[in-house]
Design a protein around this ligand. Structure first.
Ligand code: ADP
Ligand code: MG
Length: 323
């Protein structure tokens, strides 16, 4: 059983980023409107997520860490909820199998909260504790029992930049949730609770990026494309600041990046990339969700058409601004 848990955990929990993603998605599912993400050393020494959601019932807290234990419905055709379901009751069990977890949680019906410590899947402490309504989950000693995986962790800077990306993308795609991200005791960012796309962008990124943004506004029979793209004052040697959301969900799709850049053809120096934040709304039946629910990759039907629309949308924005 221990082995099964460790193998399964390997599929789900590849790195600190995947832990952050799972825990934050649980906080979102719990109805939180304030989520604090704290990490140390790229998440290797500490990942702590604090939320003000509904909390976990004292009587259900141990079960939440068992495999296939979920309180969420599992059938839906909806793209977003299909993704939201994540690993279907696998995440907490998988994280617990390869680390030490401390969870502190209280629901509104209880006067005291409960604190639970789990190491390698075994409960080592359970006690009452005073705490606000909501849940705090701290993950330490990551991969202490899976040395092979531990060895493959990247540098602290690299792991924390992946975490930064995932938290930023969640902040940009979720309405009415404030995200605070603390990296090695420094507040990296805090986003406003009332999500206005541009305000969230401004709290996540530097002023030079923000100041360069032009709005993108494009509508066709097939697709709606809204967002921002940078003018020629801003470019970088990587694509880190190109974020694309499809029907509210952060996705990665290399060809979309290429088509965004195609609209800047000859305008930017070689190997320099614009910043771009795009929200695509497409009929969900044209998006193939038949890929691993944890992954951010998607496939489109009539991909060429969609890619050209993206390029057109950027091109239109540049032209409107005489670029
Ligand atoms: P899933 O999210 O697929 O249900 P998880 O392993 O991620 O599976 O979580 C197991 C269960 O633990 C959830 O269904 C939920 O009931 C509970 N849970 C986890 N995190 C939180 C949280 N932050 N607030 C409230 N409940 C939570
Ligand atoms: Mg989950």
């Amino acid at each position: 059983n221990d082995t099964i848990n460790k193998i399964a955990a390997g599929e789900v929990i590849e790195n600190p980023k995947s832990i952050v993603k799972e825990l934050v998605e649980n906080s979102i599912d719990a109805g939180s409107d304030e989520i604090i993400i704290e990490i140390k050393n790229g998440g290797k020494n500490l990942i702590r997520i604090t939320d003000n959601g509904k909390g976990i019932d004292r009587g259900e807290i141990e079960d939440a860490f068992k495999r296939h234990c979920t309180s969420k419905i599992q059938t839906s055709d909806d793209l977003n909820s299909l993704f939201t379901l994540g690993f279907r009751g696998e995440a907490l069990a998988s994280i617990a199998a390869v680390s030490q977890i401390e969870v502190i949680s209280r629901t509104i019906d209880e006067q005291y909260g409960v604190k639970l410590v789990i190491k390698g899947g075994e409960v080592t402490l359970k006690e009452d504790i005073g705490c606000p309504v909501g849940t705090t989950i701290s993950v330490t000693e990551l991969f202490y029992n899976v040395p092979a995986r531990k060895k493959f962790l990247k540098s602290d800077a690299s792991e924390s930049s992946h975490i930064n990306e995932i938290v930023s993308s969640l902040a940009l795609s979720k309405k009415n949730i404030s995200f605070k991200y603390i990296n090695n005791n420094n507040i990296a960012f805090k986003t406003p609770k009332t999500n206005n796309f541009i305000n969230t962008i401004s709290s996540l990124y530097d002023k030079d990026l923000y100041d360069s943004l032009l709005s993108v506004n494009y509508q066709s029979n097939l697709i709606s494309i809204q967002g921002y793209t940078s003018n020629l004052n801003y470019y970088r040697g990587n694509r880190k600041n190109q974020l694309v959301f499809v029907n509210g969900r952060y996705i990665k799709h290399k060809r979309i990046n290429y088509y965004i850049e195609a609209a800047y053809y000859t305008l930017l120096p070689k190997n320099k990339y614009p910043a771009c934040f795009l929200k695509l709304e497409i009929n969900p039946t044209l998006v193939d969700v038949n890929v691993h629910p944890a992954k951010t990759e998607v496939r489109f039907q009539n991909e060429e058409l969609i890619l050209n629309e993206v390029k057109n949308a950027i091109y239109k924005s540049l032209r409107t601004n005489n670029i």
